[in-house]
Unconditional design. Structure first.
Length: 240
């Protein structure tokens, strides 16, 4: 694990063990669940028939993001992008396109530190600066306060800090490990497109070229199974 500096590591977190979900699986579609603060959301409502595809950013790279967004647009599907504040500052045009095409944006912090190794004031600064950068890049449009902590690292202290600022901490329950050089594109398609279940939250990375190249096959495979990609808000039943 890197220290809490502005250097963004290239290796994402290991897959965490799911602990809790913010939305009980008994909540029917169209019912807005109560806000969930102070815990971790790892999956959503299976009755939505939605799989939440989520993508984390690194420092500046966009990879083949344009191709990825094209695949979503052509199929009228959405996703959630967890971006760093410094990524938003360097790529405002991409932030605007993501929002303009109906996707959701959450924060991945400002500089990608392990939040559990920061003091309270530093955690608050990471959250505040990132959201300011994202909203500035998106021409002032407010986003849902969703936090994907770097490395998936969170503890009771950071969860409470985030919750008091109105952030819901979002992890995942499906990880195709697209960040590994050894993971072939076929494995990503199989794990996400053919095996993901309704209500699942999938973590991937927007700068990984093979992920973008796999997106048409992933989305088509989901659609063939009667599923669709959606945002975190959609998989939690908070938005149609």
């Amino acid at each position: 694990m890197p220290t809490a500096t502005a250097t963004v590591p290239t290796r994402p977190t290991d897959t965490p063990t799911p602990r809790a979900t913010s939305t009980p699986r008994s909540i029917p579609p169209g019912v807005t669940p109560a806000p969930f603060f102070g815990g971790i959301t790892t999956s959503g409502n299976p009755k939505t028939r939605v799989v939440a595809l989520t993508f984390d950013s690194e420092s500046a790279s966009v990879g083949k993001l344009g191709d990825m967004l094209d695949a979503f647009r052509q199929r009228d599907m959405q996703a959630t992008f967890f971006v760093l504040g410094i990524w938003a500052e360097r790529n405002p045009q991409w932030v605007r396109r993501i929002v303009d095409e109906g996707h959701e944006i959450g924060t991945h912090s400002h500089t990608h530190p392990d939040l559990t190794k920061l003091g309270d004031a530093q955690v608050l600064a990471e959250l505040g600066r990132s959201v300011e950068a994202i909203e500035r890049a998106s021409a002032g449009r407010r986003m849902p306060r969703l936090l994907r902590p770097p490395f998936g690292a969170a503890n009771r202290r950071t969860l409470d800090i985030a919750a008091k600022q109105g952030y819901e901490t979002i992890k995942w329950n499906v990880d195709p490990e697209d960040w590994r050089d050894s993971t072939p594109a076929e494995s990503i398609v199989r794990t996400v497109g053919q095996k993901a279940q309704p209500g699942d939250i999938v973590v991937m990375h927007l700068h990984v070229s093979k992920t973008a190249e796999s997106m048409p096959a992933i989305l088509d495979a989901l659609q063939a199974r009667g599923l669709r990609s959606g945002t975190i808000s959609q998989v939690l039943g908070r938005k149609p």
